[in-house]
Write a protein that binds this ligand. Structure first.
Ligand SMILES: *Cc1c(COP(=O)(O)O)cnc(C)c1O
Length: 406
């Protein structure tokens, strides 16, 4: 028997300084993200993969490696437990022998942001937060507004004016305070930071609170279990703020520390996929840098990727270098073509961000970076139906009584 959570403390991602996990925290004193640390040594002695048997399929099956201490504080809409779909026909078209897609399109709110929101909101509730605020490109705001509503916590959300309108409606419908900004997510971030400084709101911005990443980390835990603890060779991830990628890296490190995956086996090579119109991580990786530079006048139809400067960029780059991965950009035309190809060949209607992965995989296979026989996973982060305007069908219009053309 273990405690519900093995959370031990928080640690500054730059200096390694310890922080109290049971107080409300944002950034460390040097302005860096705080990451959750667990008592892995004790867990390793008491917790086994067999203990997962019979548990919920949702991400809460991993509760020992999540920060919520009391199950009564769990705020859930059934997130997690997403399928790992073989993609044989698309794989064949791309020249990849073993291609899978982990499909986050089916989670509540239609994007993997639900994972971060479920864990972040649950922990905020547990720590007594009454109202939170965050900037968003759409999906995160929608997820946090809905989970906050379920938790009875107030939410203030600021998003760019051109973020997908469905996400706007989700936020408004959830009863949150919604503001649009005539600018980018970085402009929304400044407005939220000022509102937080003015008092009364908890800053739930990406990586400014420590627990969203814990929710996203569960994608990596699930992948390990779905691959029977034999991790794939390559994982492609559509990178905006990069939280999911940092989370995958953290998940594998924790499983290695627990002895659930072979410490001698090389880590999957992590690939940060970005849009050509906003590729600060790709640019930084190409010059071997440890931080990215602000990407001016960013634009892409893949809204989740429109993050001109990520707070956790150094953690993303660290994960890429440590896993022998890479970063690659694809243009909007290529990702939209890949979206159609995935739907046509596999029946999967993925979001533009997820579609970018297949365009990137094609390039990496062509260049030889993905080798024959390697097991490749694309992490599709959301549902295509959340972006109704990225594709327009133009079917023939019939009149009543018309016959179909032969
Ligand atoms: C937010 C988002 C991303 C980027 O996620 P990060 O973890 O912030 O890099 C990718 N795809 C979709 C659909 C998103 O909503």
């Amino acid at each position: 028997m273990t405690d519900f959570s093995a959370l031990s403390h928080l640690v500054c991602s730059r200096t390694g300084t310890r922080y109290d996990a049971d107080a409300v925290q944002n950034l460390s004193s040097v302005g860096a993200p705080l990451l959750a640390a667990y008592d892995l040594e004790r867990l390793a002695a008491t917790w086994r993969p067999d203990d997962l048997r019979g548990r919920t399929a949702s991400l809460w099956r991993w509760h020992e490696l999540l920060p919520v201490r009391d199950p009564a504080h769990v705020v859930s809409l059934g997130e997690g437990g997403t399928p790992l779909l073989p993609m044989p026909r698309l794989g064949q078209a791309l020249g990849i022998d073993a291609l899978w897609m982990k499909d986050e399109g089916i989670v509540p709110t239609g994007s993997f942001k639900a994972r971060g929101a479920a864990v972040g909101v649950s922990r905020a509730k547990e720590l007594g937060v009454r109202a939170l605020a965050m900037p968003t490109n759409g999906n995160a705001g929608a997820a946090w507004a809905l989970y906050a509503a379920r938790a009875g916590i107030g939410a203030t959300i600021v998003m760019p004016n051109d973020a997908p309108s469905i996400t706007r409606n989700e936020v408004a419908l959830a009863g949150a305070q919604l503001y649009l900004v005539d600018g980018l997510i970085s402009d929304a971030g400044k407005i939220v930071a000022q509102a937080v400084a003015d008092g009364g709101l908890y800053d739930a911005s990406t990586l400014k609170e420590p627990y969203r990443i814990e929710g996203k980390k569960t994608m990596g835990l699930e992948l390990a279990e779905q691959f029977d603890w034999q991790l794939p060779d390559v994982i492609l991830y559509p990178t905006g703020g990069g939280v999911g990628l940092i989370g995958l890296h953290k998940a594998f490190a924790e499983l290695r520390a627990l002895g659930w995956i072979d410490a001698a086996h090389p880590s999957p090579r992590l690939v940060a996929v970005q849009a050509a119109g906003c590729a600060p991580i790709v640019e930084a990786w190409a010059r071997g840098a440890t931080e990215s530079a602000f990407w001016p006048e960013s634009r892409t139809v893949a809204f989740g990727l429109n993050v001109p400067k990520a707070l956790g960029d150094f953690l993303v780059l660290e994960a890429l270098y440590a896993s022998d991965g890479c970063a690659i950009a694809v243009d909007d035309a290529a990702l939209l073509a890949a979206q159609r190809q995935a739907a046509t060949l596999e029946g999967t209607f993925v979001c533009p961000e997820g579609a970018a992965l297949f365009a990137a995989a094609a390039q990496l296979r062509e260049s030889g970076w993905i080798r024959p026989g390697e097991r490749v996973v694309a992490l599709n982060t959301g549902a295509g139906i959340k972006y109704p305007d990225t594709f327009e069908a133009t079917p023939p219009l019939l009149q009543p009584g018309d016959r179909l053309p032969r």
